[in-house]
Design a protein. Structure first.
Ligand code: NAD
Length: 500
């Protein structure tokens, strides 16, 4: 039976793609194709960028207060439709409904932050920078911005981007992951219902063809990306070579350092959620525990006991802790990593391979997996697995733990579990990672702080949301003013003006 085909969203309405190429959107809990998504062509991207370009002058000149009122209405609609968006995210991604609702909420909080646009967009002013001379700066929008997003947060990650760009007076073309396109299309409809003028926000689902069209389009001024590290690097280099401003967030291998004085039940509970929530498909998932001194034995025993109690099943079933992973291909890749861990000599404490969920035999399930005695030369340490696989490395001291974390090329998030203020203070000071938790397992900053990693987890200079998001989507202009009647100083000299 043919499946419904999703539209593109261009200039405030659903339109059909002209590409003739379609991809299946699958429910990972059943393995069934639920709908199809067009893979936008270069011509589709051109029409979306043209709509965004045409909408820009009027939107740029709309006062920040008016923009903020539309964003506030959008926030209200998102709150009302949170269950619907969570259901779409869960259906296409596989995560539990409760987890999906939480991630939608974190996205809504970014919209809430942008409601303060009139305040956030204020520049600086200084009187008398010279005699009779004043200076002020303005934050101005940059034009058409593009966003390219991953499969693992169908609503939240797009909301790290487009509400901020639009609050700043830009227009936007979003290319969501072709695996989870429905939330983005629904959010576009809700934004229109909130009063957003046509063309300000456009959605073009697609693959590499659509991405490449955006990266090289002369009318796209800035590109925001979230996804895996190799693609992030490609996006950064390609978009920058076309003269665009870029922020490209990549993959992760997040370590939790557990000190011998850490309260172990609290720590084990925290690590369970961080490792296995969303089946480990979170950029801030804790995938690696670094157990210091004699913390390891007791901690591993507690993790094993908890992992064995997790309920695995479809994300929309009550009582389920962990849903499937995104695709059959990804499941097989994760299983391949588990095989390699065994072959390379790690101790497999809990094995998630071969799990069957009754009634969902075709779903893409991997059970919670725990490895102990992992070393840094093993593939399961070196690569991002992005699945429900937690590995434990053992070290002798905090020094060794810090040096191990700092030697890893990824640097998105990390956490330390300890009751020692001194150890925590040293850790936060010396660790070379963008987001740090102290007894907090997934330290995702709130919308009014910025989100971003270091090293191979982010290419570019500015993080997402918070003030860094505002700076990314604006250009600063500094204006120096002198009025002849209040300043009698002559300016006929050829010498560099010092104003004073
Ligand atoms: P991905 O890199 O495969 O895809 C991300 C986006 O890029 C998608 O829209 C996809 O269509 C597009 N894309 C894929 N291959 C491309 C190519 N060759 N050329 C151009 N575009 C391409 O990532 P994913 O599998 O969707 O998401 C999982 C990854 O995202 C993980 O590595 C995870 O750590 C990372 N992630 C990072 C963060 C962060 O904040 N750092 C947040 C969420 C996810």
């Amino acid at each position: 039976m043919s499946k419904p085909i999703l539209p593109l969203w261009v200039n405030g309405r659903r339109i059909e793609s002209r590409s003739g190429r379609l991809a299946d959107v699958t429910n990972p809990a059943t393995g069934a194709v639920i709908r199809q998504v067009p893979l936008a062509s270069r011509a589709d991207v051109d029409s979306a960028v043209a709509a965004a370009k045409a909408a820009f002058p009027a939107w740029r000149d709309t006062t920040p207060l008016r923009r903020s009122r539309i964003l506030n209405k959008f926030r209200e609609l998102l709150e009302t439709h949170r269950p619907e968006l969570a259901q779409l995210a869960s259906e296409e991604h596989g995560k539990t409904l409760e987890d999906a609702a939480g991630s939608v909420q974190r996205g809504i909080e970014v919209v809430e932050f942008t409601v303060g646009a009139p305040h956030l967009l204020k520049g600086e002013h200084a009187e008398n920078v010279g005699r009779g001379v004043d200076c002020h700066s303005m934050l101005q929008p940059i034009g058409v911005c593009a966003g390219i997003t991953p499969f693992n947060f169908p609503a939240m990650v797009p909301m790290w981007m487009f509400p901020i760009a639009i609050a700043c007076g830009n227009t936007f073309v979003l290319k969501p992951s072709e695996k989870v396109p429905s939330c983005s299309l629904r959010m576009a409809e809700l934004f229109k219902e909130a009063g957003l003028p046509d063309g300000v926000f456009n959605v073009v689902p697609g693959d590499k063809e659509a991405v490449d069209a955006l990266l090289s389009h002369p009318d796209v001024r800035a590109v925001s990306f979230v996804g895996s590290t190799p693609v992030a690097k490609y996006i950064y280099e390609t978009a920058a070579s076309h003269g665009k401003r870029v922020q490209a967030l990549g993959g992760a291998k997040n370590h939790a350092v557990v000190m011998p004085d850490a309260p172990l039940d609290f720590t084990a509970d925290a690590i369970m959620g961080a490792a296995y929530g969303s089946a480990g498909e979170r950029c801030m998932a804790i995938s690696t525990v670094v157990a210091v001194g004699d913390a390891a034995d007791a901690l591993v025993a507690k993790l094993k006991a908890r992992a064995e109690k997790l309920v695995i099943g479809p994300g929309d079933r009550k009582g389920v802790d962990m849903g499937p992973v995104i695709s059959a291909q990804h499941r097989d890749k994760i299983v391949g990593y588990i095989d390699s861990g065994v072959q390379q000599g790690a101790k497999l404490v809990t094995d998630g391979r071969g799990i069957k969920v009754a009634g969902h035999e075709k779903g893409f399930f991997v059970g919670p997996t725990l490895f102990d005695n992992v070393s840094t030369d093993m593939t399961i340490y070196k690569e991002e697995i992005f699945g429900p696989v937690l590995i434990v490395l053992r070290v002798a001291s905090l020094d060794e733990a810090i040096s191990l974390v700092n030697s890893n090329p990824y640097a998105n998030g990390t956490a330390i579990f300890t009751e020692s203020g001194g150890a925590a203070r040293r850790f936060q000071n010396e660790i070379e990672v963008g987001m740090v938790g102290i007894n907090v397992p997934i330290p995702v900053p709130m919308a009014f702080f910025s989100f971003g990693g270091w090293k191979s987890s982010l290419f570019g200079d500015l993080h997402m949301h918070g003030m860094e998001g505002i700076y990314f989507y604006t250009r600063t202009k500094a204006i120096t003013t002198r009025w002849p009647e209040v300043s009698d100083k002559r300016i006929s000299s050829l010498v560099m003006p010092t104003l004073g």
